[in-house]
Ligand binder design. Structure first.
Ligand code: ADP
Ligand code: MG
Length: 700
């Protein structure tokens, strides 16, 4: 392609689809196929079939119903049927004149007016039939199938000729039951019709198997390589300190509870990583309420005990503030005697306060820094950062994580540049298949049990026509000294959606709970348009127990911890995603009191819930297990949405399906490290074939 010639519209459209190199074109595989290789007869065709037949026009007329139509009746000798076209113009009328013999292709619809084809394709009868199935490619506006098909086929033959698809998988890593790569590609772009159509459609054909395996291998190679690249990087060594007077042991002794066995196990896993001279890249996953914060605190203690700084970032101010309070409560009494401080950084901070904090961080006086994105801003200079902890990691984008890594390079004892260790925490457990594919470059620690003494949350699904009953229930809880969350999906009335909004609900609940009367319980409102100071004030009142009911939009979704809250009402529950519902439910059942979660749905004007909404609510009632919920969420939504921010980093699989192609994923996981070790050039060739210039992102 010459660079100075302006691109045509289809060429531009191809660029947008990422079809730049011949290799990209060759790997642009059909969505489905159409069979134009055979002619059928009308008598044999059933309603709903897509058919191709040759027939003679026996009549033509223009009907003047509600819409002008060209109505053509054809006869193929076995039966007749009607063709209908909404556009009537002379050249078409001529081509469809009585006596013309035509080859016609389209879907047969039954009906009491007789069998009909709407807007079928047609051409003159006779002429050779194609010998291969006709591929239909993923395309976009301005890119006709015929143009794309031609470009793909010529891209394929050039790429094959130039050796771009020479085998990269070493012969000793055989791929049983698949075709050689070039043959598989040629076949998928041009399949002969003499085989089971079903195998092509459901992608179980050996040619498809080959492409899926190759794709998974590319993904595993890229992850294995970034892991390998990390292994040669240096990180500060933070030795495990087990003496009773060392900070970690002091912290343990100061906690109001014992760690669970699951927490102890992950604390040890992290501790071992921190003691190695290689940057840790670990994901700590644990269901909502499983107690990740204290695990983070233990890691921080190990880091600070070795004389280094630690940073903890949370996605929202409320959450950051909660961590801050918690960590201060636990750690400050232990740090102060050493002259160490805990610093606090957020966007809403006054400039003077922030500068003061920045000075503490730069001098090294602040051993621990807690905050929001503000922590990775340019003005923030650490003296010696050795551990960065990111809470709710899926809420941070790839770019933000890259920024953290690039700005936090620390200087090792011998003056060499080090990267800090990275601990990411998430309450959205990653299903096993995703962990093995998209997160294969991470080590994963899992807290698989909740702290003792929790009572399971009873989940109820009710229609919003029973709002009054629910308000009664709130009254009872509040009278018993318990606290209640009420979550609404939107802040303002939207004409289109007619959702009850938080402000209105707030007013309603205040009224219902006796606003103005002596000893009326406090009902608060929290939504994302409030300023940070007001938000904090409301949160503080709820956390202290002064406020009985908190009406909020989903700002409380992550991390908030108020053990006395025993009832969670989710308004318009049908509008929330499964993981979100699970996170919200996790806000209650944190204390010993029996807790409940009410999923209140509204059927709106349709009078019933959509099938997926119904499925989500059912899943919430049936299970409390975060892993099971994540698995179902994946099933309902697919991995694209699930991966959130990481989506822009890891290439989504185009052909392989983590559910059905589990065996190939296992194979690719075994194959990738061997290939990198023994056949690095082949590995490189394989990667650039599949990922082209995109592989940089993968290191995020
Ligand atoms: P999450 O994993 O959702 O971040 P948190 O760290 O907020 O959970 O912990 C939830 C609650 O459980 C907090 O109140 C915390 O103090 C408490 N907690 C954590 N570990 C234990 C434990 N081993 N025993 C009792 N309570 C614990
Ligand atoms: Mg948390």
């Amino acid at each position: 392609m010459t660079e100075n010639k302006p691109l045509s519209a289809p060429q531009k459209a191809m660029r947008k689809l990422g079809l730049v190199r011949d290799v990209d074109l060759a790997l642009h595989l059909p969505l489905r196929y159409e069979d134009e290789t055979r002619l059928t007869n009308l008598k044999a065709a059933r309603d709903g079939d897509t058919v191709q037949f040759e027939a003679t026009v026996v009549s033509q007329s223009v009907s003047h119903g509600p819409r002008r139509q060209l109505v053509v009746v054809v006869d193929d000798g076995t039966d007749t049927c009607t063709l209908r076209f909404f556009n009537v113009y002379p050249s078409q009328q001529k081509a469809l004149a009585v006596g013309q013999r035509l080859r016609i292709r389209g879907e047969i619809q039954g009906g009491f007016m007789g069998r009909t084809l709407m807007h079928p394709h047609f051409q003159k009868a006779g002429g050779p039939l194609p010998t291969a199935l006709t591929p239909v490619y993923p395309s976009s506006a301005g890119l006709p199938q015929a143009y794309l098909r031609k470009a793909v086929l010529s891209g394929l033959s050039r790429a094959v000729r130039e050796g771009a698809f020479d085998e990269t998988v070493p012969p000793d890593m055989a791929m049983p039951g698949t075709w050689p790569l070039v043959r598989a590609l040629q076949f998928l772009h041009n399949p002969t019709p003499d085989l089971s159509w079903a195998q092509l459609e459901d992608r179980t054909h050996p040619a498809w198997q080959r492409l899926k395996a190759e794709e998974l291998l590319a993904q595993q190679l890229s992850q294995a390589r970034s892991k390998q690249e990390r292994a040669v990087l240096r990180a500060p060594v933070l030795p495990i300190q087990s003496q009773a007077h060392a900070l970690p042991a002091q912290l343990l002794a100061a906690l109001p509870f014992e760690l669970t066995a699951a927490q102890r196990r992950v604390v040890e896993e992290i501790a071992r990583d921190l003691a190695r001279p290689v940057p840790m890249h670990r994901l700590l996953q644990g269901d909502v309420g499983s107690g990740k914060t204290v695990v983070a605190a233990m890691a921080a203690a190990q880091c600070m005990a070795a004389g280094w700084q630690c940073a903890l970032m949370a996605p929202t101010e409320i959450l950051a503030e909660q961590h801050f309070r918690k960590l201060i409560g636990w750690l400050e009494p232990l740090l102060l005697p050493q002259g160490w401080r805990v610093a606090w950084l957020t966007g809403s901070q006054k400039k003077k306060d922030r500068q003061q904090m920045q000075a503490l961080i730069a001098s090294g006086e602040a051993a621990l820094v807690v905050g929001t994105h503000a922590v990775i801003q340019e003005q923030v200079q650490f003296k010696s950062l050795a551990l960065a902890i990111i809470d709710e990691q899926h809420r941070f984008g790839v770019a933000q994580r890259l920024a953290l890594r690039s700005k936090t390079l620390a200087e090792g004892a011998d003056g060499a540049t080090c990267e800090p260790h990275l601990l990411m925490m998430s309450a959205t457990p990653i299903p096993r298949t995703l962990a093995m594919s998209y997160y294969a470059d991470l080590d994963v620690s899992t807290i698989d049990a909740l702290p003792p003494g929790r009572t399971p949350v009873v989940t109820k699904v009710v229609s919003d026509t029973r709002r009054d009953e629910i308000i009664d229930r709130i009254r009872t809880q509040v009278a018993a000294g318990r606290q209640v969350y009420w979550v609404c999906p939107l802040i303002e009335e939207s004409e289109a959606l007619d959702l009850s909004n938080a402000t209105e609900t707030h007013a309603l609940l205040r009224e219902a709970l006796g606003a103005g009367q002596a000893k009326a319980p406090q009902v608060g409102l929290l939504h994302s348009r409030m300023n940070e100071a007001d938000k904090k004030q409301v949160m503080a009142a709820f956390t202290s127990g002064d406020m009985a009911v908190l009406v909020s939009t989903t700002v409380i979704e992550v991390g908030v911890d108020v053990p006395n809250a025993s009832l969670m009402v989710i308004d318009h529950a049908e509008r929330f995603g499964l993981s979100q519902l699970h996170q919200l439910r996790g806000r209650v059942g944190r204390g010993a009191a029996a807790s409940a979660c009410v999923l209140m749905y509204s059927t709106g004007e349709h009078g019933r819930l959509s099938e997926t909404a119904r499925e989500r609510l059912r899943a919430m009632v049936e299970t409390h297990d975060g892993f099971e919920i994540a698995r179902r969420d994946l099933e309902i939504r697919g991995p694209g949405e699930f991966l959130g921010a990481r989506q822009s980093g890891a290439p989504l699989l185009r052909f392989a399906d983590l559910d059905t192609d589990q065996d190939w994923l296992d194979w690719a996981r075994r194959c990738a490290p061997l290939m990198l070790a023994r056949y690095p050039e082949k590995a490189q060739q394989h990667l650039s074939r599949w990922l082209g210039g995109k592989s940089d992102y993968l290191k995020a």
